[in-house]
Design a protein around this ligand. Structure first.
Ligand SMILES: Nc1ncnc2c1ncn2[C@@H]1O[C@H](COP(=O)(O)OP(=O)(O)OP(=O)(O)O)[C@@H](O)[C@H]1O
Ligand SMILES: C[C@@](O)(CCO)CC(=O)[O-]
Ligand SMILES: [Mg+2]
Length: 409
């Protein structure tokens, strides 16, 4: 088989993080920052993996992996969750402690699970050398785990022949068919389960399908159907506005898995208090969607104060459900001092926030806000919102920087 180069985008959640895990709506957009994967055939019956973002360089004998697959003795399917017993066997095999949650451990575990499950269902993956490199910060709320899982799912499914290679000679990029993307998304969701514990599936859906429009309403357990209906509906029914957003990374590390588990615990402890908050977040997502649709039809600046107020209310709600952080409070105060409104995005607990930049925001105000945010030790950047989902690339379509990062293995 030939070399494969592919990529998947990160995402920004405008509203609905955490609530989406409990069946509420979320509005998410694909981000112009991507994770890239290179798969190269190699000899020697070895599988080699290089993940520079999390400091992993590992390799296993293919025969050893086949034996491990036998030990798991499972009927793998894209609709089946990884079981605790299976993950325990993988941890033992990879020398990972039972309670390990470090980025490299989770990355290896997700890789091994997807490799074994996909090869068990569709046939052996040949000896290959896989490198994954990302423009996304890891564990910062921008969907790095989902972009990683989507890249792995697409590469492994292609390597064992379960999906086609849509890239024709002379083409720069290509996308898979709807049916193939559904399969990629389902396997990526299982990879996300290894990393997140109990993901909603919103992040992998966005990384798979991407979006050129700033809204895909998605609910847990209706990911593909809802997401596709939502996306199709948006593209057909309305034009959507381009939002200018400043992304800020507090650089405070956190784990989505831990934060999602913490919210669940709070809901179980105080259902009568927490459930109305989730309902309110759901209403915010619905309201934001209506406003965005109205803005698309009538791009008037009068809508921005509403969007800003929704950011403020949701940020308070996210603090109430326990996923705020002092660094995020500080960030919101700094942007507020420049008349700008922010909320955390993704799992919270640190990580990234989004700040809305209405069209009348002066360059000077943005620069002043950025300067003050950087002075807090944060990193911020404006980036494109709306990006294609999982994509196959020819090597000539990738920048020299990406190619170099992928070949430094
Ligand atoms: N480029 C990568 N290479 C290998 N593993 C990665 C890569 N990017 C992410 N991961 C895995 O995903 C984990 C981070 O996932 P986590 O869900 O906590 O954060 P996130 O996806 O960046 O944020 P969020 O889920 O809030 O959007 C890392 O600890 C690592 O295991
Ligand atoms: C916090 C969360 O809602 C978003 C993480 O990007 C988790 C999920 O949806 O799986
Ligand atoms: Mg994640």
């Amino acid at each position: 088989m030939a070399e494969l180069l592919l990529s998947a985008p990160g995402k920004v959640i405008l509203h609905g993080e955490h609530a989406v895990v409990h069946g509420k709506a979320a509005l998410a957009v694909a981000l112009g920052l991507r994770t890239f994967l290179r798969l190269r055939p190699c000899g020697g019956e070895r599988l080699r993996v290089h993940l520079p973002g999390v400091g992993v360089r590992s390799g296993w004998d293919v025969a050893e992996l086949r034996a491990l697959r036998g030990r798991l003795a499972a009927d793998f399917d894209e609709s089946k969750s990884p079981s605790t017993e299976q993950l325990d066997v993988l941890k033992e095999f990879a020398g990972i402690a039972a309670d390990a949650s470090a980025p490299d451990c989770l990355a290896i575990l997700a890789f091994l699970y997807m490799y074994l499950a996909i090869s068990a269902k569709y046939g052996d993956v040949p000896s290959v050398d896989i490198t994954v490199w990302s423009e996304l910060p890891t564990g910062a709320g921008l969907g790095s785990s989902a972009a990683y899982a989507v890249c792995l799912a697409a590469a492994l499914l292609r390597a064992c022949g379960a999906i086609s290679c849509p890239l024709k000679d002379g083409e720069a990029t290509a996308r898979w068919t709807e049916e193939e993307m559904t399969l990629i998304n389902s396997w990526a969701f299982q990879g996300e389960r290894v990393i997140h514990g109990n993901p909603s599936g919103v992040d992998n859906a966005v990384a798979t399908w991407g979006t050129w429009s700033p809204q895909i309403p998605i609910r847990k357990n209706h990911i593909i159907k809802k997401g596709r209906e939502g996306l199709g509906g948006c593209l057909v029914a309305c034009r959507v506005p381009t939002l200018r957003i400043l992304l800020t990374n507090t650089k405070v590390p956190r784990s989505t898995k831990v934060l999602v588990a913490g919210v669940k615990e709070k809901i179980l402890k105080f259902p009568a208090i927490m459930n109305p908050v989730l309902d309110s977040i759901d209403a915010i997502s619905q309201e934001c969607q209506s406003v965005l649709e109205a803005m698309a039809a009538n791009p008037s600046p009068e809508y921005y104060p509403v969007l800003e107020e929704l950011f403020d209310i949701n940020q308070h709600h996210l603090n109430v459900i326990g996923v705020g952080h002092p660094s995020l409070d500080r960030l919101c105060r700094v942007t507020a001092s420049h008349g700008l409104h922010s909320k955390l995005t993704g799992a919270g607990g640190g990580g990234c926030s989004i700040t809305l930049l209405p069209p009348d925001t002066t360059l000077l105000a943005v620069e002043a806000a950025k300067r003050d945010l950087c002075a807090c030790g944060f990193e911020c950047w404006e980036t494109d919102i709306g990006a294609p989902g999982v994509t196959l690339h020819s090597s000539s379509s990738l920048s020299a920087q990406v190619l170099q990062a992928l070949s430094e293995s």
